[in-house]
Design a protein around this ligand. Sequence first.
Ligand code: YSA
Length: 351
Amino acid sequence: MDLNQALEQIGKAPTLEHLQALKVQYLGKNGQITQALKSLGQLPPEARRERGQELNTWKKALEEALQTREKELRQEALKAQLERETLDVSLPGYAFPAGGLHLTSLILGELVNLFRRLGFSVVEGPEVESEFFNFDALNMPEWHPARDMQDTFWVDLKPPFTLQGPLGETVNDLGGAVLRTHTSGMQIRYMIQHTPPFRIVVPGRVFRYEQTDASHEAMFYQLEGLVVGPNITMADLKGAIHELARGLFGKEGKARFQPTYFPFVEPGAQFAMWWPERGKWLELGGAGMVHPYLFRAVDDYRARQGLPRVYEGMTGWAFGMGVERLAILRYGIPDIRYFYQNRLSFLRQFR
Ligand code: YSA
C-alpha cells in the first residue's frame, strides 16, 4: 500500500460518499490497514515491532486526512446549500387576490345607509313566499289581472318543508308557494308583527318567470320602503324620494312622480330620478299611499291570531325599486345579464 497515494486520494475525494468508501477501503473491518495489523503476528518479533509502529503511524495519518477532508466537504455542502436557499427579503411579496363586494351589494349598501340616516330600520324576509303574502293580502286576489304583470315561479312545497308566517305560525293553508315576485309581501309580514308607527326598508332578491333581455333578469334585487303612522301624506313620500335622489346624485339630484296603477297603493305612482351626467330621467320603481285594503287585511290576520286591531285609521306610504337598474343607469352598464354571470373582468371594475 502506498501511503502518499492513499492520502492524495483522500484529499481529493469529491463527495462524502467517496470519502466513506475510502475509509472502508483502508480502515474498515476488512480494510488494508486493519488486515495488515491483524497479520502482524505472522512476522518475526523484530520486524513485528517496526512494522507495527509504521502501520500505526499510517493509520493515524489516514484518520487525520479523512477527518480534515470530511470537514472540508461538509463546509462546502453547507455553503452550497446556503447559496441555493438564499431568501431575498427585498423581493416583492406574492399578490394574493383579495375578494370584494359585488356591485349589487355595494349599491344596496349605499341605499340602505341613506335610509338608515333617515331613521329607517332594515329588515329581510323569505324568498319562498306564500301566495297570500305575495299577492292576496296586497289586494291582488287570484282573479286579478295585475297578477299577470308579475309572471311567477310556483314552488311545489312538500313536507318537511313548510312556510312560516310572521308570527312563526305554519301558513301552508294560505294558497300555493311562490318565489316572491317582489319585496312588497314584507309590508304585510312586518305590519302583522309590529304596531305603528315605524319606518322600514327591505332589501332582497326577487324572481320572475321572464324572458331575459338587456334590461330584464329572471332574478334581481329590489329595495322596498314602508312608513306607517298617523297623518302621513304623499308629501312625506315625495320628501323621502327627493332625499334619496340627492343622496345618490348630489345636490342636483331630484325625483319625478307620474301616476300609475298598483293594486296595493292609492294613489299610485312610478318614480324616476334625474341623472345629471346624462341629462335624463331614470325610471326606478313604483310607490304610493298604502291602500286601506292592506290595513284591513293585516288587522284581520292579526285578529285571527288573537292580536288587537291596530291599523284602523292609519296612513302610510311605500315604494319598491329595482336595484340593478339603478346601477345600470348610474354606471352606463349595457346589459343587466352581466350582473350574475360572475365574470371577474366585469365585477372587478366596481370594487
Ligand atoms: C309599488 C308600490 C309600492 O307601494 C311598493 C312597491 C311597488 C313596486 C312593486 N312591488 C313592483 O314590483 N313593481 S315593478 O314590477 O314595476 O318592479 C319595480 C322595479 O323593479 C322596476 O321599476 C324595475 O326597476 C325593477 N324590475 C322589474 N322587473 C325587472 C326589474 N329589474 C330587472 N329585471 C326585471 N325583470
